[in-house]
Design a protein around this ligand. Structure first.
Ligand SMILES: C[S@@+](CC[C@H](N)C(=O)[O-])C[C@H]1O[C@@H](n2cnc3c(N)ncnc32)[C@H](O)[C@@H]1O
Length: 262
């Protein structure tokens, strides 16, 4: 199945990838030269991944995927953008690491990989691109071994209400947000050709989708700082998270969920 709006996003992401490769917020050279792009929260949440089969959904050009390889995992990365997969393979070669990268819409993955994983991982800017959160959760559950772990760290769905009150977003929006020729979130002066389509998923939807798919929620955490520069005056902390000028926010910016199959 090809999802028309996901295909619009694919075209936009093919453009955005090239804006991100050498942007300082993506630490590409660091990963090529032996470092890691993983952050504290996911490292603490997943612990020892040595020899574990790890499926990284929506991996862009694979910096985190390759960093999990450095932690000892056997990694498969998936992304809808062919340019992402191409660049991921180039970086993999430069870094001298082993990983498999597959181009697929996350919702069309079944049939493209025929094994199960100890860990399914997804991070920092992903759930907003998924049109059907219940189908997504089924795919996460499908690819987990019995007893396997799912971990997602991402935008808190409520943060837009506080970060951009002038936009009058609804937490309960059911129609996607469409932006024609949006600016890139790193190269904020550069406009992307085409349309970006983003979906709002309430925390309850994400949690209920995972429960409905048969997962057991082990932890849900909320954070009052971000993972990229969300506005003027935001500063990067030593651990690569970002704080606004006034310090930690009074509202949640990130959300993490750890769940287990069975
Ligand atoms: C913000 S990145 C998240 C990954 C990582 N945190 C990063 O910044 O590199 C979002 C990624 O999701 C991918 N993506 C968007 N829609 C997708 C879909 N339907 N299926 C698979 N990947 C998708 C995009 O191509 C992009 O690489």
């Amino acid at each position: 199945m090809t999802h028309e709006d996901h295909e619009k996003n694919r075209a936009a992401w093919n453009h955005m990838v090239d804006l991100h490769i050498s942007h300082p917020e993506y630490r590409t050279d660091e990963v090529i030269n032996g470092g890691s792009s993983l952050k504290r929260i996911e490292l603490e949440a997943l612990g020892d991944v040595k020899d574990k089969q790890l499926l990284h959904l929506m991996c862009q050009f694979g910096l985190d995927s390759l960093s999990w390889v450095r932690e000892g995992a056997i990694v498969t990365g998936v992304d809808i953008s062919e340019r992402s997969v191409e660049v991921a393979n180039e970086i993999k070669q430069k870094a001298g690491l082993e990983a498999e990268f597959i181009r697929s819409d996350v919702l069309d993955l079944i049939g493209k990989i025929d094994r199960k994983f100890d860990v399914v991982f997804q991070s920092y800017g992903t759930h907003c691109w998924i049109s059907d959160i219940y189908k997504w959760a089924e795919i996460v559950a499908h690819y987990l071994k019995q007893g396997g772990t799912f971990f997602i760290i991402d935008e808190h769905p409520a943060n837009v209400l506080f970060l951009w009150p002038e936009e009058n977003f609804s937490y309960f929006a059911t129609e996607p947000e469409r932006t024609l020729n949006p600016t890139d979130y790193c190269e904020t002066e550069t406009h992307i050709d085409g349309e970006l389509v983003e979906w709002q998923h309430k925390v309850s939807d994400i949690v209920n989708a995972l429960i409905t798919a048969g997962l057991t929620i082990e932890r849900l955490d909320e954070y009052n700082y971000g993972y990229y520069k969300l506005g003027e005056g935001w500063t990067e902390m030593d651990d690569h998270y970002w704080l606004p000028p006034g310090g930690p926010t009074k509202f949640p910016i990130m959300l993490a969920i750890k769940a287990r199959k069975g």
